[in-house]
Ligand binder design. Structure first.
Ligand code: KG4
Ligand code: ZN
Length: 344
């Protein structure tokens, strides 16, 4: 079976081809990505209308590239999968429209995939895939959640952010530090030369006793420090503030992840979503998990942020697990707001 995956929920156009046979683990044949970062940078954030228009331009050339790299033809595709939500409505509609039209033209079934299920399962494409059950820490630009994952489609929400997502905390703090969108990776780079103990920033909900997160207060604390530094902070002061901000976010994420392992009695942690690429987060989680003899799994770095591979993979794993039976369809919808716990 070959699954063509299409991702278009935000500012990355992604296409991929995944293959599997019987019960064997699906493997990635090829994937291609076009990031719209340059397009949105001038606006300091994603402009939904521009994102939609660019997905229209990118998806078919990306598809051609993926098929060529995999040595496959459209006729070899057995199933078309697209991101059905959550995400920007207009952007989702482009991937859904292209995917459903293609499947209809080929006479093949089509499947709408939950974006976060894609992130959550993406470590299964790594050289060190996890085994069920595990705790998943989903940390992206729009979501921060801890989930208990018993198997494909069996997701129980343990806790989530009550305001900003971890990626949002990185991006908003980075903006306050004068860094370009998307600020997460830029803040992490600036933090390398900084002293994480230089600024005392809050660790919101660290001792709340539950598995919820809150990052809005941290952004306000960073704003206060930026104002105190005045109009011309030195590079060292900016690096120190970046390192202190990163340390605050990482400490809360690590602390709550370890609590989730304790509460559930599970010994495997899966980290997914864009913030999962953060080197400091990986170092701290590796150390904390080693201490309690838990295993931690990550997606390969290129598959941490949005991509088509995770969408094709999630579709393949859902079909393999008997969770979904893809059907031929001439109609489709998208779900801009869609809770992961709501899917079966
Ligand atoms: O999963 P993702 O690509 O898109 C969403 O579904 O939201 O996550 C994007 C988020 C952005 O907030 C970005 O700043 C953050 O992930 N991010 C990082 C790093 N790489 C990406 N944050 C911190 N450190 C990084 N290295
Ligand atoms: Zn994402």
């Amino acid at each position: 079976m070959q699954v063509l995956g299409i991702e278009s929920s935000c500012d990355e156009s992604g296409v991929a081809l995944v293959q599997w046979q019987g019960g064997a683990a699906p493997r990635l044949l090829a994937h291609a990505l076009f990031s719209q970062i340059d397009l949105h940078q001038a606006y300091g954030g994603v402009v939904p209308e521009l994102a939609s228009r660019d997905h229209i331009r990118r998806l078919l050339p990306l598809m051609r590239q993926v098929l060529a790299e995999a040595g496959s033809r459209l006729a070899d595709v057995d199933l078309v999968a697209y991101t059905r939500g959550p995400g920007l409505a207009g952007a989702l509609l482009i991937g859904a429209g292209v995917g459903c039209a293609l499947a209809a033209a080929l006479g093949k079934p089509v499947l709408g995939v939950h974006h976060l299920e894609g992130h959550l399962l993406s470590p299964f494409l790594s050289d060190d895939p996890p085994q069920f059950p595990f705790v998943a820490l989903l940390v992206s630009g729009g979501h921060t959640q801890l989930m208990q994952v018993q198997g494909v489609g069996d997701y129980v929400l343990l806790g989530e952010t009550i305001d900003d997502a971890a990626g949002e905390a990185f991006d908003k703090s980075a903006k306050l530090l004068g860094l370009a969108y998307p600020g997460g990776p830029a803040l992490a780079r600036l933090a390398i030369a900084g002293d994480a103990a230089a600024f005392a920033l809050p660790r919101p909900l660290l001792h709340s006793g539950d598995l919820d997160f809150s990052f809005a207060g941290l952004k306000t604390a960073v704003l206060t420090q930026v104002r105190k530094l005045g109009a011309t902070p030195t590079l060292q002061q900016r690096a120190d503030l970046a390192a202190s901000t990163q340390a605050a976010i990482v400490e809360v994420l690590v602390n709550k992840s370890m609590r989730a392992l304790r509460d559930t009695g599970l010994t495997r942690l899966v980290v997914a979503g864009g913030v999962g690429a953060n080197a400091q987060l990986r170092l701290s989680l590796n150390a904390a998990c080693a201490k309690v003899r838990a295993r931690v799994h990550y997606p390969e770095l290129p598959l941490c942020s949005d991509n088509g591979a995770m969408i094709a993979l999630a579709a393949a794993m859902r079909v393999q697990a008997g969770r979904t039976r893809p059907e031929r369809s001439l109609t489709f919808d998208v779900k801009p707001r869609w809770a992961l716990g709501a899917i079966g």
